[in-house]
Design a protein around this ligand. Structure first.
Ligand SMILES: Cc1ncc(COP(=O)(O)O)c(C=O)c1O
Length: 377
């Protein structure tokens, strides 16, 4: 059997009539830049999340950069943060999270994660806030679909007058205590990269916020930096969401909850088949979480061997993430850390993400688990 990490063709075939019709509408109206589908998606996504403002962007990375830049303008009255402005985040995330902080002019402060949830540890945030001068914001990442501990994060942010930008790239549709992720902090950023729970046919992203000022600023930044692109006031970007992507995403948004439920069932099946495997730590998903990656921890120092073994059995797996951000060259001399980031460093040697795709068959999941068990036997 061959089991890829993800087979997007199956998903397309499942929704083909809706997606094809959406693309056909674009071919008919030919309004490729900020066409009607962009506004419609922003409206529908806003309804889905119960948030006031949604601003489509060209990627999840751009969504992060724009949100942070807008906060620099709003809070400091300047285009970029200064190097002395610190933003606390996790080192165990995709490059873009930390890179966006650099691109907004600030300094990332990496703090350790909770080994159970893989997410930033609020106790570590607290310590960093006590030890570090100049912290202006906190950037939690809801990794693999699991919500960060938002109550503690919000109360620390309030105590230290910090903003909170949620990176929701991996948790589209998830909620914390009934409130959709992305709508809890000052702003939330989403990625519509094809492999995401809501993925387009190329790059795309979204900023969501309840602040009218941040919404207006990010909207200007994505269109070259002004209300009128021929007379701009900020250092802007060309970071608009394409009409065509918006059309595809609008069609796929209808399926988001159904597909998130399917992903959750797959994770439950994995947990069931692997529950007696003592060499593995299984992920635990809370009620509001979604499943983006199904990531296990190999507790026997054999992660790379098991990955190779599975590959030979036709099962693709991925390591999210092989290198913590603080160990990447781009952050050398440009970041701070509190403590040794022990858990994050351990995690990069132990995690393994298994294939997960909403339309995976039970036999496929069973096959993957049988191979994992046979490796340990
Ligand atoms: C946690 C996280 N943040 C940010 C991004 C960046 O999103 P994009 O690839 O759409 O730029 C991604 C995904 O790729 C991600 O997983």
């Amino acid at each position: 059997m061959k089991i890829p990490m993800l087979d997007l063709r199956r998903e397309y075939e499942y929704m083909q009539a809706d997606i094809d019709a959406a693309i056909k509408r674009c071919l008919e109206h030919q309004r490729w830049i900020l066409g009607p589908e962009v506004e419609e998606l922003e409206k529908e996504f806003g309804k889905y999340l119960s948030v006031q403002y949604c601003i489509g962007t060209s990627s999840g990375t751009d969504a992060l950069v724009l949100a942070l830049r807008a906060l620099a303008i709003q809070r400091k009255g300047q285009e970029y943060f200064d190097r002395g402005d610190k933003i606390i985040t996790t080192p165990f995330t995709f490059t873009a999270t930390g890179d966006a902080i650099l691109r907004a002019g600030a300094t990332p402060v990496f703090v350790d994660i909770d080994p159970e949830t893989f997410n930033i540890d609020p106790e570590q945030i607290k310590q960093a806030l006590e030890l570090t001068q100049g912290v202006v914001g906190i950037l939690p990442v809801h990794l693999y679909g699991q919500a960060c501990e938002m109550n503690q994060i919000l109360s620390l942010a309030k105590q230290y007058n910090c903003f909170v930008v949620e990176d929701v790239a991996q948790a589209c549709g998830a909620a914390w205590e009934g409130q959709k992720l992305g709508t809890i902090g000052d702003a939330g950023t989403f990625s519509f990269f094809p492999s995401k729970n809501l993925g387009g046919f190329g790059d795309g992203g979204m900023i969501v916020t309840n602040s009218q000022e941040l919404a207006a600023l990010t909207r200007e930044l994505l269109k070259h930096g002004g209300k009128d692109k021929y007379n701009v006031e900020h250092i802007g970007y060309n970071a608009r969401l394409d009409t065509l992507q918006a059309a595809v995403l609008l069609a796929k948004l209808e399926y988001l909850d159904e597909f998130n439920n399917k992903r959750k069932k797959i994770a439950q099946l994995y947990n069931q088949y692997l529950k007696n495997c003592r060499s593995i730590q299984l992920p635990q998903f809370n009620k509001g979480d979604v499943v983006h990656q199904y990531t296990i921890r190999i507790l026997t120092n054999q992660r790379d061997q098991i990955q190779e073994y599975l590959k030979n059995k036709g099962v693709d797996t991925t390591i999210y993430y092989l290198i913590c951000l603080n160990r990447m060259k781009v952050f050398f001399g440009r970041c701070e850390m509190t403590g040794k980031l022990y858990e994050a460093n351990k995690m990069q040697k132990e995690v393994l993400s298994l294939p997960i795709e909403p339309l995976m068959a039970a036999e496929e999941i069973q096959y993957v688990c049988t191979q994992i068990k046979s490796f340990f036997n």
